[in-house]
Write a protein that binds this ligand. Sequence first.
Ligand SMILES: *Cc1c(COP(=O)(O)O)cnc(C)c1O
Length: 435
Amino acid sequence: MQLYSTNNKDLRVSFKEAVFNSLPADRGLYMPETIPVLDPGFIRDLHLYSLPEIAFTVAKNILNDDIPDSDLKRIIDDAINFEAPVVKLDENIQVLELFHGPSLAFKDFGARFMSRVMSYFLEAGEKELNVLVATSGDTGGAVALGFLGVPDTRVTILYPKGKVSPIQELQLTTNGQNIRAIEIEGTFDDCQALVKLAFNDPELKARFRLTSANSINISRLIPQTFYYFNAYAQLQRQGKHEVIFSVPSGNFGNIGAGFLAWKMGLPVKQFIAATNINDTVPAFLKSGVYQAKPSVQTYSNAMDVGNPSNWVRIMDLFEGDSSELKQLLTAYTFTDEETLKAIEEVYHEQAYIMCPHTAIAWLASRQWLRDHNDETAELVFLSTAHPCKFPDIFPEAIASKIVVPSQVQELEGREKLAVSLGKDFEGFKGYLLRG
Ligand SMILES: *Cc1c(COP(=O)(O)O)cnc(C)c1O
């Protein structure tokens, strides 16, 4: 596969280069030069295949021989080793649960695939890959657990001291092996600034092979297409053939992967982008003017994004023609108050507990049903995280009913292995150089 930059369509780089560098120097985003349309027979027969089998065929078509079949199969079987079930909630509404991986969030799909692809592309004798990540919570857990035990890689995670949830902290700090956690006396922005300084430091660059495992890395986007195909396979088994996906959106990588799946031939009737009050995209669809804004803090904090980084990829898929995009995409925005009410309502009526991000996607599905009299399509909203990751926002009566999955319970007795550092760069650099 060759990729171009959204800022320069004449540029061509290999998949390997895009994986290790995340971003082109011109500050665009990498996009595949050709997006293959899958064999219609394969789409029709999706119900015959398992998630890893679907993932293999989708990846093979898009990567186009960058990784030989047997290696690609091994990478996928190792990375995509958990389920993504569609669960029926109500008449015509189902939830696609993407939180059954090790960090209990959909980012596991991207992080686990990326880590194994990076390890695969390291050449014999090449330096160990040093991944530096700043996190406010969710991304760091997925990256830490994604790279845990992956050969020839080492991960250093920086997080703001006292500002991540207890479960997130366990996921960041109890791993050992090739994962190190540093709690910084400062904010998430301080953590991010330290990582940026490290990438620009000549001494560190000479000594280590540094990479960012950035969320806009193309190798995180590709595996997120797998679960859209696999969700459709599950609907086929129920005798359903029309689907609308409602996606809780922040940086628009998740829904961007949905559009990629659609381009590859998945028959999706409509996408719904569900946002919190960080409503840059819903406002754009209304007014036609894209206006980035400073982000505002909400309960669904993984979606507190005022300038969604993957939006240019979606515009690129539609070649800047927003009229076609507007036919396929509806967007809704909801407040924290509505989010809490939705969590309570679904808990009382369906005995189902949603995380705050998922609740926004549920609200958007319901709004869509109110706005359109469509009884033929199945509405599938994506659940991006397990509710136990956000204990503070639930009323006690609901919080006490959340069942913490075993992969997190196991972490509870473990020793916290974080180093504490200040927010000055010299201290951080000295720590890295000491190895
Ligand atoms: C990252 C994240 C999102 C937002 O996904 P994007 O791909 O950035 O749109 C939504 N929910 C949860 C729980 C997340 O961690």
